[in-house]
Design a protein around this ligand. Structure first.
Ligand code: PRX
Length: 637
């Protein structure tokens, strides 16, 4: 589908100009190419004060009719989904659009049979198996709001998210495969549900064939439930501004927030951005390596490609199993043409033997993408040279859970590309840089805080159950603007380069964590009095987690204490948030008003202790010497 796909730089410039001069006309033409049960009355209603943003008000649709049903006539026998398992010896599975439609309808009927209905919140905690895709789309089909929780989060994290959204159902599996490991997923769900009274039903998909605990009256096996349901399920009619999903993400305060996206605008933006950034063509085999538990998996593994009628690949495994050539082997196996991954994966593979890449042809590849964190030039060049053979453009796509889709990125073979630069905004996107007072910086060759001054269809509408939090987090720092939390540079030609977060959010392997969230977890450990967490540059993860911890009664063996603290973080958040370094300290650098001077801790964590700036305003300047000394010794992991 090439609807409104710009093909040349000139067309991009024209589309961009039009999108600024007449945003409503621009988006309304694009939206008209979708299937609506009823056309909208108003294209856009907005203010960034409350905030109140409504796109396509009054329009009625179901996103799955656009992902599936509308393709059946022309693409019924085209492959929609290819599933490649963790173990290369296990057989892959493919689904045509017709088959995927049936699977989604069946799953939707299982949901209905178990009492799910429009407006219910359903938590999905599943590995990267086809049923995860069916489950997400099945929720959308019946108008239930999906809240996918990445299966690497702990029981406590899952429970927090379930309780926040008051989910009535959990969709999960017995276990999961990850490289050489098998993980008991259902056991984590059972533990979470001990503190979740809203959940009435748990539907369990069999992946490992394990005998798991099934609670009478609450838990059912998917394979039993699906036996006698129909392969057809009429799609629920949704309002354009009805919620489609909630996805939790970390901010600078302790509790993750439920970012809410709605049906109409998200649909239009997911498809438009997918088609334009990757310059998708009908015959492409597209692979996004992100987990569906993150926004990238939502928008660019599932919705964007399916809305475009594309063939999308779902991979259960990891880049390093059974060896470092796994990604490239899969690319050759299926003739992948568009490949979208994260810098952290590239950096970890760069560390391997170059033959792990060079022994695959990678002839089919046309376009490469990067997402989730700034891509350093070295990784960009390695990716471009060894994977893309200098033939494939690398698009560095900047966006966020809150933006719903890619905001600033080169369009493959269409707009200029510069290593480590996200480059230009997509048509319809109006970024600006502001200074600390919120004043727009209009020149080029500048640096500032990245904001958006006009709404776009895929943007966040609210944070679930707490609209004020949405306002405070994104719309209150700079009046009349959406603030991204990122700092950025604009070069002499107007190309953007994202520097990274300017708030207390750390980006570890492309995953966001609030420092406060990790501190809160660490502080749960009985030995801990207080902690302060900062990010520091990490060769593979982008940023690593460095924790400074004050303990009550320091045991003789610091190693043991560190292991305990790590265990607490794993229990409260998950393995993905494990601190890389823990330094036990007797105090933290605080101002007289009690505020932790993170600037100093960041410098120490970076190993740059030569110039710590002015420490005279500290309550106890001597504490800094001790911290510096400790950081230089082996007194940390
Ligand atoms: O700091 C930016 C960084 O990731 C943050 C968004 O994280 P999340 O909501 O988890 O979404 C990740 C996937 C879209 C941003 O605020 N980020 C994302 N992409 C890039 C990036 N930083 C630099 N370059 C990128 N291409």
């Amino acid at each position: 589908m090439t609807n409104f796909q710009v093909k040349t730089y000139d067309e991009y410039q024209q589309a961009y100009k039009r999108s600024i001069e007449d945003p409503e006309g621009f988006w309304s033409e694009i939206a008209s190419t979708f299937t609506w049960r009823k056309k909208w009355n108003t294209t856009l209603e907005w203010n960034f004060e409350e905030p109140n943003v409504k796109w396509f008000k009054g329009g009625k649709l179901n996103i799955t009719e656009n992902c599936l049903d509308r393709h059946l006539k022309t693409r019924g026998n085209k492959l929609a989904l290819i599933w490649e398992p963790n173990d290369p010896k296990e057989r892959f599975v493919r689904y045509t659009y017709r088959e995927l439609h049936e699977k989604v309808c069946q799953f939707a009927n299982v949901l209905k049979k178990n009492g799910a209905k429009k407006g219910d919140r359903i938590c999905i905690y599943m590995p990267m198996i086809p049923e995860l895709a069916f489950a997400v789309l099945a929720c959308a089909r019946i108008g239930a709001i999906h809240s996918v929780v990445f299966a690497g989060f702990s029981a406590v994290s899952m429970a927090d998210r379930i309780n926040d959204a008051q989910c009535s159902m959990v969709l999960t599996s017995d276990g999961l495969n990850r490289g050489t490991k098998q993980i008991p997923v259902k056991r984590v769900v059972d533990e979470a549900l001990e503190s979740c009274s809203s959940v009435e039903k748990v539907i369990v998909v069999e992946r490992l064939g394990w005998a798991v605990n099934m609670e009478e009256g609450r838990d059912v096996w998917y394979h039993d439930e699906v036996k006698d349901v129909s392969k057809d399920c009429p799609a629920e009619e949704m309002d354009a501004e009805d919620m489609l999903f909630i996805l939790y993400t970390s901010g600078s305060t302790g509790k993750p927030k439920g970012v809410v996206h709605t049906c109409g605008g998200y649909m239009v933006y997911a498809q438009y951005s997918f088609s334009n950034v990757f310059q998708y063509e009908e015959s492409d085999i597209y692979w996004c390596t992100a987990d569906i538990g993150w926004i990238t998996g939502h928008t660019y593994l599932l919705y964007g490609p399916l809305l475009s009628g594309a063939t999308t690949l779902l991979f259960e495994g990891v880049p390093t199993y059974p060896d470092m050539g796994r990604f490239w082997q899969v690319c050759d196996k299926f003739g992948v043409t568009i490949f979208y991954t994260a810098p952290t994966a590239i950096r970890s593979l760069m560390g391997g033997d170059i033959d792990d890449v060079l022994s695959y042809s990678l002839d089919s590849l046309k376009v490469l993408g990067s997402v989730g964190e700034p891509i350093n030039e070295e990784a960009w060049h390695w990716y471009h040279t060894h994977v893309g053979k200098e033939r494939c453009p690398v698009v560095d796509t900047w966006w966020q859970t809150e933006t719903g889709g890619i905001m600033i990125s080169s369009l493959a073979n269409v707009t200029p590309i510069k290593p480590a630069h996200a480059a230009f905004p997509l048509p319809g996107i109006q970024p600006i840089l502001v200074d600390s007072e919120g004043k727009e910086i209009t020149d080029n060759e500048v640096e500032g805080y990245l904001c958006m001054k006009f709404p776009w269809p895929g943007m966040i509408r609210t944070t679930y159950g707490d609209h004020e939090r949405c306002r405070l987090s994104y719309f209150s720092t700079y009046k009349g603007l959406y603030f991204t939390g990122d700092g950025a540079k604009r070069d002499q030609n107007g190309l953007y380069r994202i520097i990274g977060r300017v708030d207390d959010v750390i980006n570890v392997s492309g995953h966001r964590f609030g420092t406060a969230e990790i501190e809160e977890a660490i502080n749960h450990n009985v030995h801990v009095i207080e902690s302060a967490v900062v990010g520091y540059p990490h060769d593979v993860k982008g940023q690593g987690i460095y924790a400074f911890v004050i303990c009550k009664d320091r045991p003789e063996n610091d190693e043991w204490l560190r292991a305990e603290i790590i265990e607490t973080v794993v229990e409260k958040i998950g393995k993905i948030a494990k601190p890389d370094k823990i330094q036990i300290v007797s105090g933290l650098p605080k101002t007289r008003s009690g505020k932790i001077m993170r600037r100093i801790l960041r410098k120490v964590a970076e190993g740059d202790v030569s110039n710590l700036g002015d420490t005279s305003t500290l309550l106890d300047p001597a504490v800094v010497d001790e911290i510096v000394e400790g950081s230089l010794s082996k007194a940390k992991v």
